[in-house]
Design a protein around this ligand. Structure first.
Ligand SMILES: [Zn+2]
Length: 161
């Protein structure tokens, strides 16, 4: 499994734990095949419309549309959040990392709506944050620092274009 992390996300994380939490969350979408199902749902719907309209290109247009505007369902988001928490717990990483990032993104989205693409694919943030706060409050262990004494974000990763 490979990830592409955009500089904007990296710079918005306040610690390596926050980045680890996002990666754990995205990994859960892959493991639980949420993207595949979202594309298939969209494709099926558009293919049906295409057939009704007698449009043989409807399926191809549907695929392009699905890839361009992928939306996870709320239950997929919650499943990915829960899975990410379990992953962080197994690695003994601070589960509050994801909460801190959610709060940062929520604050930014109220200041600059529509700026962050991550948010547009991950609604509804406020309800998820409340649920996560509840789940994180149940985690009782001493988290291990991921990259102690390391400046964050790492300068060599965020160097010039
Ligand atoms: Zn997600």
């Amino acid at each position: 499994m490979s990830f592409v992390v955009f500089r904007g996300l990296l710079e918005r994380t306040g610690s390596p734990e926050e980045l680890a939490a996002v990666l754990a969350h995205e990994a859960e979408h892959v493991i639980q095949r949420h993207a595949t199902r979202a594309i298939m749902r969209d494709l099926t719907w558009r293919a049906v419309l295409g057939l009704i309209a007698g449009d043989s290109q409807g399926v191809l247009v549907g695929l392009a549309g699905a890839l361009g505007e992928l939306r996870y369902r709320r239950q997929d988001e919650e499943a990915a959040d829960s899975g990410a928490l379990r992953t962080l717990q197994r690695a003994r990483l601070d589960p509050a990392g994801l909460l801190r990032l959610f709060r940062t993104l929520e604050k930014e989205s109220s200041e600059a709506p529509g700026v962050i693409r991550y948010l547009s694919t991950h609604p509804p943030l406020r309800q998820r944050l409340a649920r996560m706060e509840e789940l994180v409050a149940r985690e009782r262990y001493q988290p291990l620092p991921l990259l102690p004494a390391q400046p964050w974000p790492p300068r060599d990763l965020c160097r010039g274009r």
